[in-house]
Every structure is written in structure tokens, then in C-alpha cells.
Design a protein around this ligand. Structure first.
Ligand code: PMP
Length: 428
């Protein structure tokens, strides 16, 4: 039996050697030591059902053998060169992505994270349009570098003490707490229409792009109603503003389609990806239509981006996702979980709202009058963890339970999760 330093010593070393911004869950955290498909194991051998997948990363399951095999083969053959030398994995991956991404998106740049993908996409939008302002959505999250943090509309994740100019925020499609104080469908998508007012009042008219997640993940699984992105795109086209869709958290089958924007039948101008693209091996990408991509001709490089190992991991991941039709599985199991959560909502007034698509679902916990149940959610998370279920939390008030499990989870696992959640909510 392997020996581990244990959670107390990890916390000691973390305090001593990690910058304190490195954030973790749980009052009494465990040490995770092993993963196998939808399960994780701690230092005592205790099994957890992973209902968060490392924030939508391991869509194909932890240590998926098909992906692990591809990684090992590549590590043992050619681990790293940069893009100054020709290798075939990176172009094969780009070709593969071109076949999967919506519409005319075709040319990719590979990097190593979602943050970098968004940073690169924003740069490309400026290069192509010759414009430099951006519009972002309230409650959106796009990364942790200077620009991407400033594009982030959640103060919890904004720590830049000297915010940038040139970024304007538009109200998001948060129907449960509508920023326009209206109801769908009578609202006629007032929040989308408001983007035009933002363009006309908050910008100089020199907007390169609007960036948005199709479903806001960290923002609280904010799921816009049908027609929302079509209306948004019409407005943006009128002002020659590009649409950057951030699929970092929603991509690769998570929501029941390969990419979440496909639910809205809109073609982005640039799309960004990371997380599940290589099932936990660090790779990010931004992909654009050829006429946009072709304007980026000055030399660009990412030392580690899309290197042979991460590209091989991504290719194997895409084989699993398409070969096993994981998007369809997410749609079916997601509906099952959503129905279960809706049943729990009838029983427990703590659940104010259930939303999301596929296996990207949120349950917003509230007290009377919709006040966010901030203390209670931590109790729920801790108790669920003790019972062997790792659930996420997010939203501007951090009161939304997030269910984003590996897509290889089973219906029996979900029933188990629902039963335990029912008990825990009853105990509050
Ligand atoms: N965009 C979205 C939608 C995200 O959820 C995240 C990470 N939570 C990022 C970008 C940043 O990705 P990374 O952590 O890989 O830099």
C-alpha cells in the first residue's frame, strides 16, 4: 500500500510554498491519490463519485485507458519539440477540430490553457478588425491573465487592482434573477437587445469582439433561452463586431452536443477550447474562419501548446468522444439528472432553480425570498463529500450546486447521487 503525506501536511506545505490565491474546496479536505473513470480515491482508499470532473475536464473519465495508452505511446516516442520543427500530431489535431467545430471555423492555434486561448482569440480579433475594445458578459469567466481577468464579469475571480479600460459589460441571460426584471418569452430577449445599448453608450464604437460562454459555468450554469445568441449575433453583425465563443468549459460533449453553441444554431467567428479537449492533459486552442485566421501572419509560438503528447492525448480524447457518442450520452443522462433535480426542487424549497443542458446542470440554493443560501451550500458540499460525492459550486454568490460529471457516469450513479442529495437537503 502506497504511503501518502496526507491532507494536513499538504495544507502545511501549501501554506508555506504556494501563493495563497491557490484556492481549494472543503473545510476538511481529503488528499486525492487515484482516479478511475467516474471515480476518485483518497489517501484512505475511500471512493468518491466525481460529479464535477475537475470542472468539466475529464469528460472521458479519469485515466481513461484508451487515452492513457495514446499518451504513453507518444511519451515513449517523441515527447516534445516546439512548432519550429514539423511534427504531424499538431496538424492532424487541427484537421480533426476543423471537422468538428461549427460552420466555417477551420484554422487553429494551440496553446496550453483556456486563459491563453481566450487571450489569443482576443488578439486575433483586434488584428483582424483593427479595433481594440471588447464587450463581455456579466458573470462570464475567461481566465486569469491581465486581459482575460478583465474580461471576467465575476468579482470573486477579479483580483486585478488596476483594471483595464476598453471593456464594457452587458447584462447576461440570467432568467432566474433577470437583470432586466422581465420574464421569458414576454421579455423578447431584452437582455440580448441591451447589447446594442451597450455598444451605443459604453464604447467608442471601436469594438473588436464580444466574448461569451454559451452557458456560463463559473457564473452559475447560466443557460440563455432559445434565440438569445441569434439575436446577439444579429446585433454584432450590424456593428462589424466579431463573436468569440468560449467553449472552454462547455465543449466536447458536455452539454449534449459537441459544442454548446450548436444548441443555439449560431456560428461564432472565433471559438476557444481547452479543459476537456485532451481530457486533462494541458492543451488549449482557438479556431477561426480562414479569412480571420489568415490576418495573423506575424510569428507566433507556444512552446508547449499542442506538443506531440498533448496533441496525441487530444486526438485520442476526440476518438473516445465521437467513437462512444458521448454527447448523446450526456444529453440522455443529463435529462435524467435534470428530471431528478426538478423532483427534488418540488420537495425542497432550498432549490430555487434548476438549469443547464446535458451534463452541465446547476441547482441554485436559496432561502426564503430567493436569498442565496451561502452558508447552507457549504454544508451540502461537505456532507455530500463525506458521503462520497464530489459536487461543485459556483455563481456570483457561490450558491449554485454544479453537476458536471465525467460523461461516462451511469444512470445508477446519478440515482445514487440524487438519493444522497435528497437526504442531505432534508437534514439542513
Ligand atoms: N474560460 C472558461 C469558460 C473557464 O471556465 C475557464 C476556467 N475555469 C477558463 C476560460 C480559463 O481556463 P484555464 O484555467 O485553462 O486557463
Amino acid at each position: 500500500m502506497a504511503s501518502y503525506i496526507g491532507p494536513a501536511e499538504i495544507l502545511n506545505k501549501k501554506r508555506k510554498y504556494l501563493i495563497p490565491c491557490v484556492y481549494h474546496f472543503y473545510q476538511q479536505p481529503m488528499q486525492l491519490v487515484r482516479g478511475q473513470m467516474q471515480y476518485l480515491y483518497d489517501q484512505t482508499g475511500k471512493q468518491y463519485l466525481d460529479c464535477f470532473a475537475g470542472v468539466s475536464v475529464v469528460n472521458c473519465g479519469h485515466c481513461n485507458p484508451q487515452i492513457t495508452k495514446a499518451i504513453c505511446e507518444q511519451v515513449n516516442t517523441l515527447q516534445h519539440t516546439t512548432t519550429i520543427y514539423l511534427t504531424e500530431t499538431i496538424v492532424n489535431l487541427a484537421e480533426r477540430l476543423a471537422g468538428l467545430t461549427p460552420g466555417r471555423l477551420q484554422k487553429s492555434f494551440f496553446c496550453a490553457s483556456g486563459t491563453e486561448a481566450n487571450e489569443g482569440a482576443a488578439l486575433l480579433a483586434s488584428i483582424y478588425t483593427g479595433k481594440h475594445e471588447f464587450i463581455s458578459m456579466r458573470q462570464g469567466l475567461h481566465g486569469r491573465t491581465k486581459l482575460t481577468m478583465n474580461l471576467t464579469g465575476l468579482s470573486f475571480w477579479r483580483t486585478d487592482t488596476n483594471p483595464m479600460g476598453g471593456i464594457s459589460f452587458a447584462p447576461n441571460a440570467y432568467c432566474y434573477r433577470c437583470p432586466m426584471h422581465k420574464r421569458y418569452p414576454e421579455c423578447d430577449l431584452a437582455c440580448a437587445n441591451e447589447i446594442e445599448t451597450v455598444i451605443q453608450t459604453a464604447t467608442s464604437g471601436q469594438v473588436a469582439a464580444l466574448i461569451a460562454e454559451p452557458i456560463q459555468g463559473n457564473g452559475g450554469i447560466i443557460t440563455p433561452p432559445p434565440g438569445y445568441f441569434k439575436r446577439m449575433k444579429e446585433i454584432l453583425d450590424k456593428y462589424n463586431i466579431l463573436l468569440i465563443i468560449d467553449e472552454v468549459q462547455t465543449g466536447f460533449g458536455r452539454t449534449g452536443k459537441m459544442f454548446a453553441i450548436e444548441h443555439y444554431e449560431v456560428e461564432p467567428d472565433i471559438m476557444t477550447m481547452a479543459k476537456a479537449l485532451a481530457n486533462g492533459t494541458p492543451v488549449g486552442a482557438f479556431t477561426a474562419r480562414p479569412e480571420i485566421a489568415d490576418k495573423y501572419t506575424r510569428p507566433g509560438a507556444s512552446t508547449l501548446g499542442g506538443n506531440p503528447v498533448t496533441a496525441a492525448a487530444a486526438l485520442a480524447t476526440l476518438d473516445v468522444i465521437t467513437g462512444q457518442n458521448l454527447p448523446a450520452r450526456a444529453a440522455e443522462l443529463g435529462q435524467h439528472l435534470k428530471n431528478g433535480l426538478l423532483r427534488l426542487q418540488e420537495k425542497h424549497p432550498f432549490i430555487g432553480d434548476v438549469r443547464g443542458l446535458g451534463l452541465m446542470l446547476g441547482a441554485e440554493l436559496v432561502l426564503a425570498d430567493q436569498t442565496p443560501a451561502i452558508k447552507e451550500i457549504d454544508i451540502v458540499l461537505e456532507k455530500m463529500k463525506d458521503r462520497g460525492f464530489l459536487v461543485g459550486k459556483n455563481g456570483p454568490n457561490r450558491n449554485v450546486l454544479a453537476f458536471q460529471p465525467p460523461l461516462v457516469i451511469t444512470q445508477a450513479n446519478l440515482d445514487d447521487l440524487l438519493n444522497h442529495l435528497d437526504d442531505v437537503l432534508s437534514s439542513l
